[in-house]
Design a protein around this ligand. Structure first.
Ligand code: COA
Length: 320
């Protein structure tokens, strides 16, 4: 049996912040941000938290799948910005959904989190250990951005995207995953410093630090390669793929990836214009967008692919 997506859902905070809004509080412009990234607006959490956004997205995904929370036997969260270190996010969501029979755990793989989570879910389904799995990405990245660093904070947003998976004859055909820990410092964020009776450290930069151009080059090189690899493994050509659902980090990057694959941009749906980069939530968010727009038909072949902190990357090919 394979992991098949039965339903999708997403949630974003109420507060919508346009590029012009940001230009009022920092030295930037709509023109600069749009030209370099394609982002026009992002939603930032004020009243919401990672768990409330996640619960909203998960309820919508369950509803879309026609599945009751009590039927879930596993919940996997992908996040780097939970509301609490403990209890972890998937446990909070399990409680919020009242899915008390489901096991739950979090995965911390940055923007590749959803890709890692779906390949883990597929392995569980194939092994026969779990049948009904909820996977979601949820982030309030605004809490770890330095709002005085205009080269990084303008890119990101807050939100959640969820998918409900069921064991089925068709589903995820295969996946490839990769990590280059040596390149990790290109996109980092310090953890809470060591503090105990024997050592005292200040938390001097508790924000995301990013070498933008390095990450850009890495993504444009790695994503097309991993897509070609997963397609080869599946024995499917790029022309047979209806949609390439790519991590929403930068619209220019997605255009460069489409060009390298020799595929039209019509096959690369996007939501980044309205959401910014929402890390692990971005792939299920775009998927939800095209699902709600009625653009998916059972039997369609899709590719999910992305990259992120670690540095990591991943790609999956699946039957909708
Ligand atoms: N508004 C206006 N000017 C800005 C700016 C902003 N928000 N941010 C940076 N600049 C300025 C810089 O100070 C620099 O000015 P200078 O030439 O006078 O020094 C100039 O714009 C160019 O900066 P640079 O950082 O070289 O821009 P870039 O073309 O590399 O674009 C990114 C920056 C971040 C948009 C781009 O590198 C990128 O998208 N990288 C990938 C990041 C990513 O996706 N990360 C997440 C991965 S999951």
């Amino acid at each position: 049996m394979l992991a098949r997506i039965m339903g999708t859902g997403m949630a974003i905070p109420k507060l919508r912040v346009t590029n012009d809004d940001l230009a009022k509080i920092m030295d930037t412009s709509d023109e600069w941000i749009t030209e370099r990234t394609g982002v026009k607006a992002r939603h930032l959490a004020v009243e919401e938290g990672t768990s409330s956004l996640a619960i909203e997205a998960c309820k919508k995904a369950l509803d879309n799948a026609g599945m009751d929370a009590h039927e879930l036997d596993l919940i996997i969260a992908a996040t780097v910005t939970p509301d609490h270190l403990l209890p972890f996010l998937s446990g909070e969501v399990q409680a919020g959904l009242d899915a008390m029979q489901a096991a739950a755990f979090d995965m911390v793989v940055g923007c590749s989190g959803y890709l890692y989570a779906i390949s883990v879910a597929n392995a569980y389904v194939k092994s026969g250990m779990y049948r009904n799995i909820l996977i979601f990405g949820a982030e309030t990245l605004s809490r770890i951005m330095n709002w005085e660093d205009r080269s990084s904070c303008i890119l990101f947003g807050d939100g959640a995207g969820a998918t409900v998976i069921k064991a089925s004859e068709e589903g995820v055909i295969c996946s490839v995953l990769g990590t280059d820990g040596k390149a990790g410092p290109a996109l980092g964020c310090e953890a809470r410093p060591l503090q105990n009776p024997y050592v005292h450290n200040e938390w001097d930069y508790p924000y995301v630090k990013m070498a933008g151009q390095e990450v850009y080059k890495f993504a444009v090189r790695t994503v097309p390669r991993s897509i070609n690899e997963v397609l080869d493994k599946a024995g499917i050509s790029a022309d047979e793929i209806k949609y390439f659902v790519i991590h929403q980090a930068n619209l220019r990057m997605i255009e460069a990836i489409a060009k390298r694959l020799g595929q039209s941009m019509d096959k690369f749906p996007a939501c980044i214009q309205e959401t910014g980069n929402v890390s692990a939530a971005s792939i299920p968010m775009v998927l939800d967008k095209i699902n709600r727009e009625g653009k998916l038909e059972r039997g369609d072949k899709l590719v999910f692919a992305g990259f992120g902190a670690g540095l990591t990357w991943g790609a999956s090919v699946l039957t909708w």
